[in-house]
Design a protein around this ligand. Sequence first.
Ligand code: GLA
Length: 386
Amino acid sequence: MTRPLSAGQLADRFDSVFGAAPDGVWQAPGRVNLIGEHTDYNEGFVLPFAIDKAARVAVRLRPDSRVRLLSTFGNQGLTTADAGSLNRGTARGWTKYPLGVLWALQQRGLPVRGLDLLLDSDVPRGAGLSSSHAIECAVISALNELAAAGLDARDMVLATQRAENDFVGAPTGIMDQSASLRAAAGHALFLDCRDQSIRLVPFDAESAGLVMLVIDTKVSHSHAGGGYASRRASCELGAEVLGVKALRDVGIGELDEACGLLDQETFRRVRHVVTENDRVLQTVGLLDGAGPAAIGPLLDASHASMRDDFEISCPELDLAVEAARAAGAIGARMTGGGFGGSAIALTPASEEQQVRAAVEHAFAGAGYPAPDIFSVRPSAGAMRLA
Ligand code: GLA
């Protein structure tokens, strides 16, 4: 796995590429969603946390409208653009994220000049850990400060969502950028996606003798593709037929009635969202009370709901979850948008090696490429480093 550059190393590298020191260095983390999947665009509840892997950007504003972008990874080389004529659909690779943020700020009427930017990131790409939002959140944190735009965290969340939805072309919600911008170390972020209100809920797995393992299945996914959008469309159809503003407004007690009103598939999509919202609330209650060791069954139930009702899992994710659980994890589920990416397994520290070995063994036995398995801890949200 890539080793991140320190802020000083990134600034030095910037200087040697662009011929001047950056105005500053910012970082924004990736995220793991503890629970609450596909509930955000239904105006429901989510409970993600920021991970100890982040995107870092060294940025320098330019007096003209030229944009020059370079990353420490990949082989894309230097990308240039003109801040005055950003076109949706033309940006390639990771550059669509900073360019999307620039574009979204322009749509808000903020004057955006040119800039030089060097990106480094140790958030695994395509692993469902929001590497793209980490880039967007680092960039918007930098520009908000450098251009004195005066956006608060909620504005920045909406601007990055606009970048994703309308520039990148992925119809995603607000969970990932909220986690990256608003999370705190040692906590999960309980977010009400209807009004963006938050509460930081203590989530200290380590003190409870647990580790949170991430199992990156290496099955790549893209939310600009059809699966995510079609789930979202089903949810919107369900809300319309049930006569509510969003599925957030449907309670568990109303599911029986909903079953008679919806076609089978739409009903299963709706049931996932309604029960998942309830699981988020239950998880928050348990973290406030009994602590992390009590939430395993809710993680398991969430996975079953995504596999059977929302149908966004895949054989590799199911295998990761089953193997981890059989080897001693107290709860496991896929995390993020689905169709690939990562699973999480909350595991007693004493069983960590056993769980890792069991998952690797299961993947080898099934003929799947070896997964990447690593532990994460709840970390701070976006910040300026230098
Ligand atoms: C992706 C999206 C989020 C959210 C999750 C599913 O990560 O970016 O907005 O919808 O999928 O919970």
